[in-house]
Design a protein around this ligand. Structure first.
Ligand SMILES: [Cu+2]
Length: 120
């Protein structure tokens, strides 16, 4: 005994439609609401010369503190030379905020250079 080929059950159909709508909204090409602002446009990279780091745990401490700061997207700290290369979002933070964050945990920022180049 064969049952009729049933159409998709209504709830499933609604689910599919809702899903399609969500995808369509998410991909809307002129979705300039700001929620999907392109990354990178306002990302700056700065190199901070840091005084007071003496060992790898200092390095780890500075790096951890930098990475926890609002607006910091990446941080790489080295002991030799003693500096931090920080990528940060100019819409969220500033070099001054980053600098004072480093000084708050007990180190001194001797200089800040734009970009990721090491001192010559
Ligand atoms: Cu140390």
């Amino acid at each position: 005994m064969q049952t009729n080929t049933k159409p998709l059950p209504l709830p499933l159909l609604l689910l599919i439609i809702a899903g399609a709508l969500l995808v369509a909204v998410g991909c809307s090409p002129d979705g300039s609401a700001g929620t999907t602002a392109p990354q990178g446009e306002s990302t700056m990279t700065s190199t901070l010369e840091i005084d007071g780091m003496t060992c790898m745990s200092c390095v780890g401490g500075v790096e951890g503190a930098l990475r926890r700061m609002d607006g910091v997207t990446a941080a790489a700290v080295t002991l030799e030379p003693p500096e931090a290369v920080v990528s940060w979002d100019a819409r969220v933070t500033s070099v001054e905020a980053i600098r004072s964050g480093v000084e708050e945990i007990g180190y001194t920022v001797l200089a800040v250079r734009e970009g990721a180049e090491s001192s010559e």
